[in-house]
Design a protein around this ligand. Structure first.
Ligand SMILES: C[S@@+](CC[C@H](N)C(=O)[O-])C[C@H]1O[C@@H](n2cnc3c(N)ncnc32)[C@H](O)[C@@H]1O
Length: 192
């Protein structure tokens, strides 16, 4: 293990124990690993109205907490995509321990290469730039009525329909919600 990796692993252990939030980057990751507090996870899923019929995708799924909470506490199914294989292994173990291993999947991969069409809810904790880069993919691949819920970051000029402010252990979080609108009908003079 390199010194950097060892330091990162130590930071994760110390961060989890002391403050519940850490920042570590896997090579090739577009944003570092920072955990959403569990209280914020629950509020994100509540705000999105997650239920038994939903399929929740977390893009950059970290230790799997959003997908696992969606299955364990809201009865949904879910999938996480994560670039760091160690976090994928941790997520699979966490899901098994939570008793939802049969309702969730975790895959090592690039979130930009993930087909989102099965998702009814997408959860994000990325960055304003990544959210903006994802917007055309959401418009192409998500069905009308799908919800997108983002911890802290917006999506350019696509104004969220709701924003909730939360404070957890002195740290302020914002949660933004969008619903994918119906595709505009093709104007009759363009339709074949
Ligand atoms: C801020 S963390 C959020 C983790 C988790 N979703 C949460 O809210 O607790 C962002 C995660 O995205 C992952 N990530 C960054 N770039 C990625 C990419 N291109 N494809 C897949 N995962 C990526 C990072 O490794 C990190 O675990």
């Amino acid at each position: 293990m390199t010194g950097r990796r060892r330091a990162c692993r130590l930071a994760i252990l110390v961060g989890v124990v002391l403050v519940g939030a850490v920042a570590c980057s896997y090579p090739g990751a577009d944003v570092p690993y920072v955990q959403t507090p569990h209280e914020v996870v629950a509020e994100m899923l509540r705000l999105a109205g997650v239920g038994r019929d939903d399929v929740v995708y977390d893009l950059g799924s970290g230790d799997g907490r959003l997908v696992i909470a969606a299955a364990r506490d809201f009865g949904a199914r879910g999938a996480g995509v994560e670039i760091d294989p160690k976090l994928v292994a941790l997520s699979i173990e966490n899901a098994r321990r939570a008793g939802v291993g049969d309702r969730v999947t975790f895959r090592e991969g690039d979130l930009f290469q993930t087909d989102l069409s099965p998702a009814t809810v997408v959860t994000l904790y990325l960055s304003p730039e990544l959210n903006l880069r994802l917007r055309p993919k959401f418009e192409r691949e998500l069905w009308a009525g799908a919800r997108i819920v983002s911890h802290d970051y917006g999506m350019g000029d696509w104004a969220p329909e709701r924003t909730v402010r939360m404070e957890v252990r002195g740290r302020v979080s914002y949660i933004h919600l969008w619903t994918v609108p119906p595709t505009p009908a093709i104007p009759s003079h363009l339709a074949r």
